[in-house]
Design a protein around this ligand. Structure first.
Ligand code: URA
Length: 440
């Protein structure tokens, strides 16, 4: 515990006026918030001031260090301990595919993932659709599982970067997410604490991402890589498209099913391609293959041989879930009613306002409006068409999977989708490039 050398109000005021906070001031603020001596409303005000006034690289480094030091830090020897982190998007389920692929190839994957944040979905919320799957293991168990199985997937715990756990939940409901310093500190505090020796970043850009432009995504990528290097970690970042959902399913149970199908070699092309590319970078960073191309081939082999699917099954069993879900999807909670959204005219899909899709899922109960909201894992959306696809009037573009008592909500979602989310074009539209660039 740091001594009470500062006071909360003047520090918020200082940042509000756009002045720089010192290393000690940031450390004091974060530590006292983690120790519950600073209230949520004061932290919210500070986050908003940091968001609006920005933070320079020294402040970002101080925030990252303070959040990292708020909890325990694991250390694993061996250059093959590699994780991946996405900056968040819609339908982003790649972790469920790439982590088992990398693990099957010999990478040790100590994954600490996030819950839903703003309009984006969370890996931890999604895996919890499997009843019994424990996402909060204590650190001793986390370490044991990694050493034994080579793959472990949990959420933030009170031990690992507890400051991020608390701040993340506040940012989720206070519109303070899309800030490069705050995202850098959030991601890096978790990734550094979990003990990975290398990290592959998936930086999303587009209408469904926190970074709307490639330029912002590049700046976030540089910030993450600079921080990784400061801690002597190997790192690669891919900037990838988030102008439409990744894959076709958006929700929780349905995203898990799509992930399992992808591990069986039957997934949508965009999800398959990105998962293989990210897994290949993990395999390459781990030093298991000398070139990226060889690593990519290995990743493909892990899927075609069924080894990656076996790894995922083993992970579910090891963390208390029912591994029969691999064969029997009916184990997952699923909403039974479907409302179809069809094309109002002939044309080509030009654009989806992708962040709106995440917000519409929250309306259906598939996300949180307040910190304590429970997630409904059974509701979701299925995309039958993606950007560039030709559609005929009356053809289904989008399905809303909801409960019988949610007909009115589903009708509202349908009309918002047609009025605000979807843009059709009379002329041909190019499919967006999935992997835009690599930063290393
Ligand atoms: N993912 C995180 O872990 N933190 C953020 O702030 C954004 C995405």
């Amino acid at each position: 515990m740091t001594k009470d050398i500062f006071q909360v109000y003047p520090l918020i005021d200082k940042k509000k006026k756009g002045q720089k906070l010192t290393h000690n001031e940031i450390k004091w603020f974060i530590q006292n918030y983690t120790d519950k001596k600073i209230e949520d409303y004061q932290m919210s005000a500070m986050l908003m001031a940091m968001f609006i006034k920005g933070m320079d690289p020294a402040e970002t480094a101080a925030l990252t260090d303070a959040m990292l030091e708020s909890g325990k830090q694991l250390k694993f020897s061996g250059s093959n301990v590699i994780d991946k982190h996405s900056t968040g998007g819609i339908g982003d389920k790649a972790s469920f595919i790439l982590a088992p692929i990398a693990s099957a190839a010999g990478v040790k994957v100590p994954m600490i993932a996030g819950r839903g944040l703003g309009h984006t979905g969370g890996t931890v919320d999604k895996i919890e659709a499997i009843k019994g799957f424990k996402t909060s293991l204590d650190l001793a168990e986390f370490e044991k599982r990694l050493n034994k199985d080579g793959l472990v997937l949990i959420g933030q715990t009170p031990e690992i970067a507890p400051a991020d756990r608390l701040i993340y939940a506040l940012r989720d409901v206070t519109a303070t997410i899309d800030s490069i310093p705050l995202i850098t500190a959030s991601i890096m505090s978790k990734k550094l604490a979990e003990g990975a020796n290398g990290i592959v970043f998936d930086i999303k850009t587009g209408t469904g991402a926190f970074m709307r432009t490639t330029k912002d995504a590049r700046n976030l990528g540089k910030s993450l890589i600079t921080t990784s290097k400061r801690f002597k970690k190997k790192a690669v970042a891919l900037i990838t498209d988030m102008n439409q959902p990744l894959g076709n399913s958006v929700g929780h149970s349905n995203e898990l099913i799509e992930s399992i199908e992808t591990l069986k070699g039957r997934g949508p092309k965009d999800l398959t391609d990105l998962s293989l590319a990210l897994a290949a970078h993990m395999i390459h960073l781990a030093g298991i293959e000398k070139t990226y191309d060889k690593a990519f081939k290995k990743a493909q082999l892990m899927v075609s041989s069924g080894k990656a699917l076996d790894e995922f099954k083993k992970l579910i069993k090891a963390q208390g879930g029912n591994e029969n879900v691999i064969e029997d999807y009916s184990i997952l909670p699923m909403a039974k009613d479907v409302t179809l959204v069809t094309a109002p005219k002939n044309g080509f899909i030009k654009m989806f306002k992708n962040d709106q899709i995440g917000l519409l899922l929250i309306d259906l109960g598939g996300g949180r409006k307040t910190k304590s909201d429970m997630i409904d894992h059974g509701v979701g959306f299925e995309f039958k068409k993606k950007i560039g696809d030709k559609v005929k009037k009356g053809e289904t573009i989008f399905e809303i999977h909801h409960h019988a008592n949610q007909k009115e909500i589903a009708e509202n979602i349908k009309s918002t989708f047609l009025k605000e989310v979807l843009t059709l074009s009379a002329t041909k539209v190019k499919t967006p490039k999935l992997i835009i660039e690599k930063i290393s």
